[in-house]
Write a protein that binds this ligand. Sequence first.
Ligand code: ATP
Length: 234
Amino acid sequence: MLEVKNLSCGYGAFEAVHGISLSLQPGTITGLLGANGAGKSSTLMCLAGHVTLNSGQILFNQEDISRLPPYERVRKGLAISPEGRRLFKDLSVEDNLRVGGLTQPKDKFTKDRDYVLSLFPRLGERLHSLAGNLSGGEQQMLAIGRALMAQPKVILIDELSLGLMPKVIDLCYQALEALKNKGLAILLVEQNTDRVLNIADDICVLESGRTVWQGTAKAAAQDPDLVSAYLGMH
Ligand code: ATP
């Protein structure tokens, strides 16, 4: 569904990611791992159209979307829950969801919102609170919910569990399972290696903007060198 071929991207003269390739299929989760500064967020932001692509191609259902502006990628079905969440803090939860659904017909709002609330019932209790007053966990749910309002086929999620309590992380991971079962392709950036290896189908490990390992999550978990060298587990 989303084919990324030899993608290089960066900031002006500084190239952060050098020639990575990914293939995201419907109903699968791909974990993008690596240390701080490895290029994970830059990759997601480039796929979403917010960081400049230097070379390579992004194909969405065989169509080259590499040069499309972000909102057109969203229209095609590619949404992002970005690092730092970037919510509209002075808007209510419901209005953040409304913004996420701006690419959709207005009469679908209630149905789409209710689907997000079924995934994250906690957001239903905070519907009229300002996003800036939510807890970290609620904000993460809202960032994912806002992305889902665009009815994506591919969702890019950055730093899912960073700073969240284990109980909230469980809720977010349950939601991911539900989205996977619904047929979405999910690209997940996560520091919590254990969690990713458990849920992902495929893994890509970056170091200094290059792919150093790529394969199934099952193979990753069974590769002792990979686990100790790059994934910070023993
Ligand atoms: P982290 O987990 O710390 O976010 P990451 O793997 O997501 O790490 P990136 O944030 O993509 O890594 O950073 C990759 C490289 O790009 C780093 O060297 C970083 O300093 C640089 N970088 C990131 N954002 C910018 C920016 N806006 N301008 C210039 N350089 C940037």
